[in-house]
Design a protein around this ligand. Sequence first.
Ligand SMILES: Nc1nc2c(ncn2[C@@H]2O[C@H](COP(=O)(O)OP(=O)(O)OP(=O)(O)O)[C@@H](O)[C@H]2O)c(=O)[nH]1
Ligand SMILES: [Mg+2]
Length: 317
Amino acid sequence: MEGELGQLYRRWSQELTQALAYIEAFIDFSEDDNVEEDVLTRVDAAVARLDQELRGHLQDGRRGERLRGGVHVVIAGPPNAGKSSLLNLLCQRPAAIVSPVPGTTRDVVETTLNVGGYPVVLSDTAGLRDARDPVEREGVSRARDRLQQADLVLAVLDAAELAPQPGRLAGALQAVLPPSPPPRPCLLVLNKTDLLAEQSRGALQEACTGGSLPPTCLLSCMTGEGTAALLHLLSGQLQHICGDPLVGSPSLTQTRHRLHLISCLDALGRYHRGRGGDLALAAEELRLARRHLGRITGQVGAEDILDIVFRDFCIGK
Ligand SMILES: Nc1nc2c(ncn2[C@@H]2O[C@H](COP(=O)(O)OP(=O)(O)OP(=O)(O)O)[C@@H](O)[C@H]2O)c(=O)[nH]1
Ligand SMILES: [Mg+2]
C-alpha cells in the first residue's frame, strides 16, 4: 500500500511489532537477563497511544470514503413537489420521468455527478405519502430506505402550496426527514417559485429566516431561477461533509480498511482487559491486531520481533 495512509498504517504496525517484541523479551528473559518490569509499562503506554490514534482516525466522519465513492445526496419530498425535475436540472438531462400526476416516480432513480469538484451520487425518490397502490407503497418504502443511507437530504417542498400558510413549513419538512438518528444534514428546496405572487414570496422568505429550518433555497425548476444559489449551498454542504482532502491527516478511503481497523481496535481493547491475567494470551491479541493492519498494508512481518529483542535488550551478552 502506497501513500500517506500506507505510511501511517506501517508505522502503527511497527509500533505493534515493537510492543510484541518487548512482551516476548519479558516473558522469555525477565528471570535471567536484564529485562525489567518497566518494559511492560512502556508497552501499555504505547498500546494506549495507538488505541487513541486509531479511534481518532476512525472518527473522521467517513470523509475519505465519501470522496472516493461519492456523497449520497437524496432528493425527497411529497408527491408532485418537483423532485424529479430537480434531479434533471442538476444532472442536466432528462434522467427521471416528470409528469403532473402525483406518484409518478416509484423506483429510486440514481445518477452520479460532480458538484464543485465533489463526487455526488444523487438519488430521486418516490413522493412520500400513505399510498394505497401496492407498487407506489413499495416505492415509498424504497424512498425511506434510501433516506436512511443519505449523507445529505435535499428536501423538496412545493412553495406555491405552502405560500398561503408558511407556518406549515416546519411540519412539512419534518414529514420528509428520516425519523431515526443520526440527524442528517439537510437543505430545504422550496420549488415552483415561478407560481408565487411577489407578496407571498416575501412571506415565505421571512418564514425561512431566523427559525430552526435548515439552509433554504427558493427555486424554480421550470425557469431555473435560484439554481446558482442552490449549487452554492450544495457545494458548501459537500465541502463540510468531505472536508478539504489537502489538509489534516490522511483519511480512510476504503470500507474494507475501516473494518480491519475496527477489528484491530477490538483486539487492542482485549489486550488491555486481559493484561492483568496471562501475559502470553494478552500478547496474542497484539499479534491479532497487527495481523489486521497487515491485511491493509499487505505486510505481515512476524520476522522482525527477534531483531528488536536482540537490538533493544542485553540478552545473552
Ligand atoms: N410551475 C412549475 N412547475 C413545476 C416546477 N417543477 C416541476 N414542476 C411541475 O410539477 C409537476 C411534478 O413534477 P415532478 O418533477 O414530476 O415532481 P415529483 O416530485 O418528482 O413527483 P412524484 O414523482 O410524483 O413524487 C410536473 O408537471 C412538473 O412540470 C416548477 O418549478 N414550476
Ligand atoms: Mg418524481
